[in-house]
Ligand binder design. Structure first.
Ligand code: ZN
Length: 121
C-alpha cells in the first residue's frame, strides 16, 4: 500500500518499557474517551489480545487526515464505504489506524497509509 508505515516497532518498544516498569499503566492506558467510544461503536475487532491486560477486547479505529478533506479532516471512519467515497473524490489523504483496548484503555498507532485518486489501482 502507498505510503504505508507500520508502527509495530514503536509499539513493541512501548510494551517492552511497560513490562520493564519504565512506563506505567497510566502512561500506556490513556485512551481518550472519544477513542474509546469510537472503538466501541465503529471499531473493528483487532483479532488479538491486549498486550497490557491480555483480554481480547482490542478494536481498530480508522481516522482520515488531509488538507483537502475539509469537514472530513480528522474524521473517524465508521464504514469501509466512507473510505471508498473519500478515495474517489480526493487526490490524496492519509488513513491512520489506531488500536484501543476497551477494557484497560491501552492504545497505540497501528499503521498509516495513503489513499485517494493518486493512489488508485
Ligand atoms: Zn487491555
Amino acid at each position: 500500500m502507498p505510503g504505508h508505515v507500520d508502527y509495530a516497532l514503536a509499539r513493541r518498544a512501548v510494551i517492552r518499557d511497560f513490562r520493564r516498569g519504565t512506563l506505567t499503566r497510566l502512561d500506556v492506558c490513556d485512551a481518550h474517551p472519544e477513542l474509546l467510544r469510537a472503538g466501541r461503536h465503529v471499531g473493528e475487532d483487532a483479532g488479538r489480545a491486549c498486550p497490557v491486560c491480555g483480554l481480547e477486547n482490542v478494536r481498530l479505529v480508522s481516522y482520515v487526515y488531509g488538507d483537502k478533506l475539509k469537514g472530513a479532516n480528522g474524521r473517524c471512519i465508521s464504514h469501509e464505504r466512507e473510505l471508498a467515497k473519500l478515495g474517489a473524490t480526493h487526490d490524496e489523504f492519509a488513513c491512520y489506524v489506531v488500536e484501543v483496548c476497551l477494557d484497560c484503555s491501552w492504545n497505540h498507532l497501528d499503521r498509516r497509509y495513503l489513499l485517494g485518486r493518486r493512489h488508485a489501482v
